[in-house]
Design a protein around this ligand. Sequence first.
Ligand code: 5GP
Ligand code: MG
Length: 180
Amino acid sequence: MSDMLGHREDVDRVLIDEKVIEKRLDTMAEEIDREFPAGPILAIVLLKGAFVFAADLLRRIPRPLEIECLNVASYHGGTESSGSVKFLDHVLPDVKGRHVLLLDDILDTGRTLKAVADRLMLDGCAAVHTGVLLAKDKVRAEDVQADYVGFEIGDEFVVGYGLDYQGLYRNLPFVGVLKP
Ligand code: 5GP
Ligand code: MG
């Protein structure tokens, strides 16, 4: 318990409360279920950041659904995107002819979603539909948008609900901003 408090003591302010996230996920799941073509969905979850968001979102989608995870790294422990996207898996999921729901935690420069979506299209998937919990309101390095966005936020570094700073804070149940 004291550990948990210590964890939260590093947080300057809560940006999006747990209850607010849960309500938004209900709506997003309905949208996805309504708009996605008939048939099983192949969800591809970008690790590690999107695992909490994906777990909560996908359990709200009441239809046949397969889940694959991809390990990508787009920055290296700091608070700025590095500009290059690395695929860390030896084998990528078979996406041929599939409609993919690609999930990431946050859309920042857009490089990650663009690189992964391009790769999935090269691998022959039918279409990539993208979903993010958060999208930063900024001019992106890559001209990409997500089809499903949980929340638009300002251009600041956030943690919690899957998002880390140097590996920590992913388990915070809310999205927040750290003390400087
Ligand atoms: P992009 O490729 O769009 O610049 O960045 C996407 C990735 O950068 C995300 O998957 C996430 O790992 C990381 N990222 C971008 N902004 C933030 C942020 O505010 N907080 C954290 N923790 N990670 C971020
Ligand atoms: Mg990440």
